[in-house]
Design a binder for this molecule. Structure first.
Ligand code: CA2
Length: 147
């Protein structure tokens, strides 16, 4: 069975609890629950990790090698800063889909650049919590076609 690792970056543990005007009212637990249901429908296994620490995310990506066939990641603010996360994803060469709750291209200029996008299969940005569900679907479709 295909196994997907979902990674949530810094501050995403605050979803639904702070700044609902920007990021909505859905909590991270609710997003993970929706993804678990979607994964069941798609017939794939799914695991989750949220961390506020860049090195923890790098370790999780390295640990995914030969354990997971796909990575779904919202790198949060590390999207715009982290060469380390990009290098880890490129290093393990696990097909990755990048997702964002907000449309990063409608926001401040510093959010328009992603270090992750060039090494990802693709990016889904701007659909709130649906970005994760759409991203999982795109990732699993891609894996089923290519593996
Ligand atoms: O839109 C996204 O998903 C982002 O990855 C969210 C990041 C932001 O830095 C990226 O530019 C775009 C921020 C996540 C912070 O989440 C919070 C949630 C509730 C309260 C405060 C922060």
């Amino acid at each position: 069975m295909l196994s997907i690792l979902v990674l949530h970056g810094p501050n995403l543990n605050l979803l639904g609890l702070r700044e609902p005007g920007v990021y909505g009212i859905v909590t991270l637990d609710e997003i993970n629950h929706q993804l678990t249901q979607e994964a069941e429908k798609l017939g794939v296994k799914i695991s989750f990790l949220q961390s506020n620490h860049e090195g923890v995310l790098v370790d999780a990506i390295q640990g995914a090698y030969s354990q997971h066939q796909g990575i779904l990641i919202n790198p949060g603010a590390y999207t715009h800063t982290s060469v380390a996360i990009r290098d880890a994803l490129a290093g393990v060469a696990i097909p990755t889909v990048e997702v964002h709750l907000s449309n990063i291209y409608r926001r401040e200029a510093f959010r328009h650049h992603s270090y992750i996008a060039p090494i990802a299969i693709g990016q889904i940005s701007g659909f709130g919590s649906d970005s994760y569900r759409l991203g999982l679907l795109a990732l699993v479709e891609h894996l089923k076609k290519t593996l």
